[in-house]
Design a protein around this ligand. Structure first.
Ligand SMILES: Nc1ncnc2c1ncn2[C@@H]1O[C@H](COP(=O)(O)OP(=O)(O)OP(=O)(O)O)[C@@H](O)[C@H]1O
Length: 213
């Protein structure tokens, strides 16, 4: 699945912070988005993921518009999974249940084996039964990545998923995201400050002051 952003503009009040961004996220590719603090990365990711309606411009997931008459199209948005900067996990569910929760609430049979494999891949197998409050910041972040990948969403948008991680674990998370793109033909966009893992990206895009470089 591909995501295509065209001429995206966004303003907070009168201040425009994205000034006409064109970005293709092809199926099977991991695209890394780099840029200084305040350059618009989180805003762009939120727009790509159906969380924030842009002031102008279009987003298409495959051929379907993500925003129709200023409102997010739920079906198109259902193809995206978003890893938030603050790594939102549900506090009263264990790490394992944070992965399985969507299956449980939609009546789908949870795939525990796959969840275990993902938790193992982010080095959290031993902590699957813990609650988010019993994890470190980096562990929460890794659990959030595992939860996003568990959904098998064909479009994954991750906001600094390696920020709180040491080199080795940061790389392991980037490798997982790259494998998700390559093996599942997914479109993956990762905001990162981590120059050390950029070799794992199929493409590196830089943003400055709301414009792609
Ligand atoms: N809710 C908001 N209201 C007003 N201005 C905002 C809001 N959210 C973000 N901004 C401004 O929009 C610009 C882009 O912010 P954004 O969070 O997208 O940047 P970023 O590149 O993700 O930054 P960082 O790397 O620090 O997370 C910044 O100037 C920021 O101050």
């Amino acid at each position: 699945m591909t995501a295509v952003l065209h001429d995206i503009r966004h303003g907070y009040g009168d201040v425009e912070v994205l000034h006409g961004i064109d970005l293709d996220l092809p199926a099977g590719h991991l695209v890394a988005l780099l840029g200084p603090s305040g350059s618009g990365k989180t805003t762009l990711l939120a727009i790509a993921g159906g969380l924030l309606t842009p002031t102008a411009g279009t987003v298409h997931i495959n051929e379907s518009p993500l925003y129709v008459r200023g409102k997010v199209d739920r079906k198109a948005a259902g193809n995206t999974a978003y890893v938030l900067q603050a790594s939102a996990l549900i506090g009263f569910l264990t790490v394992m249940d944070n992965l399985l929760v969507r299956d449980i609430t939609t009546g789908k049979k949870p795939d525990r084996k796959r969840a275990e494999e993902l938790l193992d891949a982010v080095d959290l197998a031993a902590k699957a039964g813990r609650y988010p409050s019993q994890l470190s910041g980096g562990e929460r972040q890794r659990a959030a990545v595992a939860a996003a990948l568990y959904t098998q969403a064909p479009v994954i948008l991750a906001d600094e998923p390696t920020a709180a991680l040491d080199r080795e674990r940061g790389r392991a998370v980037m490798e997982l995201l790259a494998a998700h793109a390559h093996d599942r033909d997914a479109a993956v966009l990762v905001v990162t400050h981590d120059e050390r893992a950029l070799d794992l990206a199929d493409r590196v895009v830089r943003i400055e002051d709301g414009r792609l470089g």
